[in-house]
Design a protein around this ligand. Sequence first.
Ligand code: SF4
Ligand code: SF4
Length: 306
Amino acid sequence: MIFNIQKCSIHDGDGLRTLVFFKGCPLRCLWCANPESQHYQKEILESPVRCVGCNVCRTVCPQGAIQEDGRIDRTLCDNCFACIDVCYADSKKIAGTDYTVEALYQEIEKDKGFYTRYGGGVTFSGGEPLTHGSFLTQIAKRCKEGNLHVMVESCGYAKYEEFAPALPYIDAMFMDIKQIDAEKHKAMTGADNALILENIRRIAAFGIPITARTPVIPGYTDQLENIEGIARFIAEVPGIKAYELLAYHEFGKPKYQALGKAYPLEGVKPPTDEAMRELVRRANQILEPSGKECFWTKDNIKEVVK
Ligand code: SF4
Ligand code: SF4
């Protein structure tokens, strides 16, 4: 199940890329910018500003779950999706579309001309693509047969045996290391980091070049000791080629409203440029002997601060 296909991305791998977002993730990071990616089932996204108040959806709802203002009471809704078909204003949509391998490949292949010309390809993201091991293996294999460059973005929390068959068809990966302290990692994502660090070691040993990434979330992952600890881990693992810090943003906030959920990080502000540069500088001091580099991207310009 795929919840989004985004074309012409320049931020998630080399060249112009098509991003394919798998639906379903085992982690629950408090700062998740794609909360509609978390559940493995289809969900309704609501856009109240589109609602014209026609009340048609209320007349078809078998659960009486739709309130006078058109909003869904999620405690009553059983996801029958009857309201989706009747909303001509597009105020309610389903997040999650089932694809066959070939249908998804045909969608990806439409932009093959761009990939060839600008050195891009496809990046499978999520959600967590590694937890869709069988489908990921088939679609990655199909893309390689079509001579496409294949990348995967992953939180790393998946059973190695389930995604291992996909590895021969993956050219490079982005893998998150969010918090080096296992207990803190569990508190902010729902799981500790042991499986993630082990998977990174195993994928690196398999020979896939990895860029490690840390989302810098003030109050959660932005402590100097966290970035230092992650940089030391990266320095030790030969297959990790680079380290990227990603500054927290609030772009995902409206999606929580669309899902009828409260935003978990209300009031948390993005880190300052100075704070980002200081973290990058410190990581680079640790990484220097290993020949690796830490960077972040500001206004589409990559900055390596030393
Ligand atoms: S059918 Fe759509 S536009 Fe009409 S009340 Fe329901 S959500 Fe609003
Ligand atoms: S999906 Fe939920 S809100 Fe929509 S008609 Fe079905 S029960 Fe009612």
